[in-house]
Design a protein around this ligand. Structure first.
Ligand SMILES: CC(C)(COP(=O)(O)OP(=O)(O)OC[C@H]1O[C@@H](n2cnc3c(N)ncnc32)[C@H](O)[C@@H]1O)[C@@H](O)C(=O)NCCC(=O)NCCS
Ligand SMILES: Nc1ncnc2c1ncn2[C@@H]1O[C@H](COP(=O)(O)OP(=O)(O)OP(=O)(O)O)[C@@H](O)[C@H]1O
Length: 290
């Protein structure tokens, strides 16, 4: 699949492939189990209105949006006109998601993060395998003002202003530092250490959670809850991660804390999807045995 992507010259085929990969990243994120406070295969975490089935249905409803974003971005520069178009398509995607879920927000933050990465990959015609090039291009697009963006209330914006912390917008504008510097390196390090793919992915989620100013957690639980989540995630990793018994014991505590505080690290989950997508688009260079 990856070789095909690199050789791809046709806008339509590339768009199809990117849309499938983005959808797959969402599906694999939600199926990953266990995740603290989040929807997974065990339960709905700290969500009374979300289920695994609804999240998967939502993910599939977004394939057309990712396709349209890739098609519009193919071989284009990150300029004001593309920003306006991608903003427009992103909002159509949000509407499609709400129609598919009966008005429930399942993937708003994910449309933003994955939409920008899909756009960047298509701008480079699927030919860039460089993590930095892809995230720099996505960031350049995110930094351009969207002329058609309405000034409306959002819980994320409110939390960002109230606590004076960066949220989803800034994470993208800075080139996804929690993915590039934390999630992806942890995913690959855990694999190298011999962890199973599931454990490596949970470790990657925890590496993001350990410092992310997640407006989902802040909106519901405030700074004290965010501190508990940060501390808990760090402790699991410090105990050796999910591949070892002590890490798993500490994880159980974090899982209980998230449920008791009734918080869900949705922003970290979105960035795990972004980590998976970038892992596929910009695979780790294999060392030459010679
Ligand atoms: C920037 C977005 C995410 C709005 O974010 P805002 O902070 O206003 O808050 P909102 O509460 O609606 O959504 C935030 C969501 O982001 C995720 N999130 C929360 N904290 C973080 C964080 N620190 N880092 C990354 N993601 C986070 C969570 O899933 C959360 O639910 C986005 O929906 C938007 O502006 N869309 C407009 C359409 C657009 O321009 N699309 C272009 C690309 S597709
Ligand atoms: N597995 C997951 N479980 C829960 N949320 C997830 C998961 N994966 C991604 N998310 C992200 O978490 C966000 C959920 O949003 P949030 O928790 O703010 O829900 P809400 O309905 O807007 O708020 P609230 O439930 O507090 O009223 C979505 O935008 C989505 O992108």
């Amino acid at each position: 699949m990856l070789n095909l992507l690199v050789d791809q010259k046709n806008a339509q085929q590339l768009a199809q492939q990117l849309a499938q990969l983005a959808t797959q990243a969402l599906i694999e994120e939600v199926r990953l189990t266990p995740k603290p406070g989040l929807v997974d295969q065990r339960n709905s975490g700290a969500h009374s209105d979300l289920t695994l089935e609804l999240m998967e249905h939502s993910a599939h409803s977004l394939t057309d949006t990712f396709y349209a974003i890739a098609k519009a971005s193919y071989d284009y520069p990150a300029d004001a006109s593309l920003r306006a178009e991608i903003g427009h398509l992103g909002r159509i995607g949000e509407t499609a998601m709400l129609e598919a879920t009966g008005g429930i927000n399942t993937h708003r933050g994910a449309i933003w993060a994955l939409g920008l990465i899909v756009s960047a990959a298509a701008m480079h015609k699927g030919q860039s395998k460089s993590l930095y090039q892809l995230t720099h291009t996505a960031a350049a697009l995110a930094r351009i003002d969207d002329p058609r963006q309405k000034q409306q209330f959002s819980k994320g914006k409110h939390a960002s202003m109230r606590y004076r912390i960066p949220g989803a917008r800034e994470q993208a504008q800075q080139g996804f530092p929690h993915v590039v510097q934390l999630g992806l390196p942890q995913l690959r390090q855990s694999r190298r250490n011999g962890a199973s793919e599931t454990h490596a992915r949970v470790d990657a989620l925890l590496a993001v959670m350990a410092t992310l100013t997640d407006t989902c957690v802040l909106s519901r639980g405030g700074l004290a809850a965010l501190d508990t989540i940060h501390h808990g995630a760090r402790e699991v990793l410090a105990a050796g991660g999910m591949a070892c018994a002590r890490g798993q014991q500490r994880f159980t505590q974090l899982d209980r804390d998230a449920m008791q505080l009734f918080v869900s690290p949705g922003g970290a989950a979105d960035l795990l999807s972004a980590t998976l997508l970038l892992d596929w688009l910009a695979p780790e260079p294999t060392t030459n045995p010679n």
